[in-house]
Write a protein that binds this ligand. Sequence first.
Ligand SMILES: Nc1ncnc2c1ncn2[C@@H]1O[C@H](COP(=O)(O)OP(=O)(O)O)[C@@H](O)[C@H]1O
Ligand SMILES: [Mg+2]
Length: 350
Amino acid sequence: MSQSSARRAYQHGSQNGGAGSTINQKAALASAYQELGKELASSKLKMVGNYTLQRPIGEGTFGKVRLGLHRLTNTRVAIKQIPKAQSASLTREIHHHRRLHHPNVMQLYEVIATEQYIWMVSELCAGGELYDYLVENEVLAEPEARRIFGQLCLAVAYVHSKGIVHRDLKLENILLDERCNVKLGDFGFTREFEAKRLMDTFCGTTGYAAPEMLSGQKYTGAEVDVWSLGVILYALLCGALPFDDDDESVMKDKILRGDFEIPESLSEEAHNLVTSILQQDPTKRPSIHSILTHPWFMKTMVHTPMSTVEEDEKAADYFDSKHASQATASAPQDGLPAESHIDQADARIE
Ligand SMILES: Nc1ncnc2c1ncn2[C@@H]1O[C@H](COP(=O)(O)OP(=O)(O)O)[C@@H](O)[C@H]1O
Ligand SMILES: [Mg+2]
């Protein structure tokens, strides 16, 4: 073939391909317009900022928490959606949460405001709530409880060092990452504290509330978080709340009387630490520093944010088994518990 005929053949072919690709491009453009048109006309949002909204992963007081995917980096995040009507109650939460940067505190990445909602985008805690982890495991062995509780204490000590108290420490607000490290979340009741200015608002959940808060006395701040830490430590080691009853007034009575029992299975040091934290007199409760230097913690070093090799293996086994059971339930491959009634493909905003 001569050079000129080769060129002609190429041009001819390219013209044919060009016509074909022009038709394809037109079809692709038409379908993109149609998709976008549908999305713009729909009241159901699929994108917020740079994030694609996916299935719900949690339920908050004011709205759902959804899985989100950053469309440029493919980073998975959690997105809390709150109606703008509730925005007044978010001011403190956002103000305090976005100044916190600690390996055991859930990172708030950004806050997006749209016409109807406020969207709080944060680090995804793929291990879910400590509450569910405990329900699955019933109780934690002391070394594992020590690692998780130690990380929680470090997070709370950091929060206090910023001059704020959490006031809603409970198993549902403590999240875990994929390596089972603690990520403290939900700063909805957080408030700044000063030694001279006392607070008297009841916050949080009865089962975790300090007696002085329940009886309407004034409190400084840190000591009510320390009490909740004691409730959480008890729950991790015993698999139940120390003060529990279906009837809330009975539960309150138990808290006010300091009426709880410690199972004999606990080590002497664990028994001693729990009772020293759950003291009625707030001034006698230990500081977080004293908790972390208690003999119970001296038994094994607390590693944070890295855990020991054995603990990592254990956590990896746990998540592998979780993934395996999800795969059989044809769950999405995102490392989060499957919700059978929700299909990731058509998760929509309500
Ligand atoms: N970053 C996150 N990663 C994974 N799950 C989350 C995340 N943030 C919240 N959730 C889930 O959503 C629930 C509600 O979120 P939370 O911030 O506690 O809202 P509320 O203040 O209304 O209680 C949590 O208990 C948890 O199950
Ligand atoms: Mg919460």
